[in-house]
Design a protein around this ligand. Structure first.
Ligand code: AMP
Length: 368
């Protein structure tokens, strides 16, 4: 069976690496010549809206998936005339636009931060009156890793925020004083079976994911049940197939109970699930491949506990890191550049205390 993947970044690379043991072959379409998948799979270099290229890509492929959510919906529609594409186009549509996404979540009674659509400067003033400050102004489309957003703390920031972002449709969100950020990775098979990994705790640096801890420390069964319930609503509504990530803010409600506010979702494998390669019985990558291929989903049980640290911008000394038992290094074959995800390290231990000691050691190596 040959799987076609739109996008040839590190997520595609790890999908292939975990799909090969099951006997799958992979073909990628990505406009970048030196994309991370180039070293390990058939790679067509071309644009996602090049119809001839899409036909070449789909020829002889049994199923198509994608590894980034900004694939043009039209591309997926064209491909799905000839070959099954998972996750379905409606998942892309819901996730590509922050306003559509928040309304979709709201319709499913999943709590989100307060939000208002902003198209003009007058809308922005009105939205601030409605939501209050501080608030976060975000582009509706194409924002990632903290890009395309502006924190408005006081009225004096409004002009700067508008100059920075005002040329495109926007959304204003209330600023959430969260206890922490968590995310869930959920998988739905072709037969509708759903399984979920435990919530993980995520910490960002300059808007980029820096660290995930799995399972999220002090994770209560109630909080996990809340996340599973929300993920299940989304997956079933979209008739989803594959891995879906939902990022949440954990907050304290009026009754002093923890609750989750959905921030955003990604219809694909996700950085906060990289720990599953060594930290779970079945990785998110293998489970995505299993799901889209119509195979039974794999066990999501955690092996002890894990931490995942991203290697961003520059690479630390690898031999000192590899000398620490329980440390697993993944490099993506990308040239160093400021703010670029070049790889990640997963640490796995049986006990949380051991993990903390290892993590502190590795974090010191990464921070230099
Ligand atoms: P996003 O691209 O929406 O995931 O935002 C990137 C990061 O910015 C999040 O992971 C949060 O750390 C922070 N952030 C985004 N939106 C909000 C918000 N409404 N309130 C507080 N922090 C936010």
């Amino acid at each position: 069976m040959r799987i076609g993947i739109l996008g040839g970044g590190q997520l595609g690379r790890m999908l292939a690496l975990d799909g090969y043991p099951l006997g799958f072959q992979f073909r990628f379409l990505d406009p970048t010549l030196d994309a991370p998948v180039n070293q390990l799979a058939e790679h067509l270099v071309g644009a996602y809206d090049d119809i001839d290229m899409l036909h070449r890509f789909a020829d002889g492929v049994d199923v198509v998936t994608y590894e980034f959510e900004n694939v043009p919906v039209e591309t997926v529609r064209i491909l799905s005339q000839n070959v099954p594409v998972y996750p379905p186009p409606q998942a892309l549509e819901a996730a590509q636009d922050r306003l559509v996404e928040k309304r979709f979540l709201q319709d499913l009674a999943i709590p989100t931060p307060p939000f208002v659509a902003v198209n003009t400067r007058t809308d922005l003033e009105a939205a601030i009156v409605q939501i209050g400050l501080p608030a976060v102004l975000k582009t509706r489309r194409l924002g990632y890793d903290g890009k395309g957003q502006y924190l408005i703390r006081q009225m004096a920031d409004v002009e700067r925020a508008w100059v920075a972002l005002g040329i495109t449709p926007l959304i204003l969100e209330g600023f959430v004083s969260f206890t922490r950020e968590v995310s869930i990775l959920a998988v739905r098979g072709r037969d509708g079976t759903i399984i979920c990994y435990p919530l993980v705790e995520n910490e960002h640096r300059q808007g980029i994911l820096w660290r995930s801890l799995a399972p999220a420390p002090h994770l209560s069964p109630e909080l996990q049940a809340q996340a599973v319930d929300y993920a299940t609503r989304v997956l079933d509504k979209l008739k989803y197939v594959g891995v879906l990530a939902i990022e949440f803010f954990q907050v304290v409600d009026a009754q002093q109970q923890f609750m989750l506010l959905a921030n955003e979702m990604a219809p694909r494998v996700h950085n906060s699930g990289h720990w599953t390669i060594e930290g779970a019985e079945t990785s998110q990558f293998e489970n995505h491949v299993r799901a889209i291929a119509g195979l039974p989903l794999g066990d999501v049980a955690v092996r002890g506990c894990a931490a995942m640290l991203n290697l961003i911008g520059t690479l630390p000394d690898l031999s000192s890191m590899l000398a620490i038992p329980g440390t697993h290094v993944h490099l993506y074959g990308k040239a160093p550049r400021h703010g670029r995800k070049l790889g990640h390290v997963t640490l796995r231990a049986d006990e949380p205390q051991t993990l903390t000691t290892m993590r502190q050691h590795v974090e010191t190596l990464i921070d230099g």
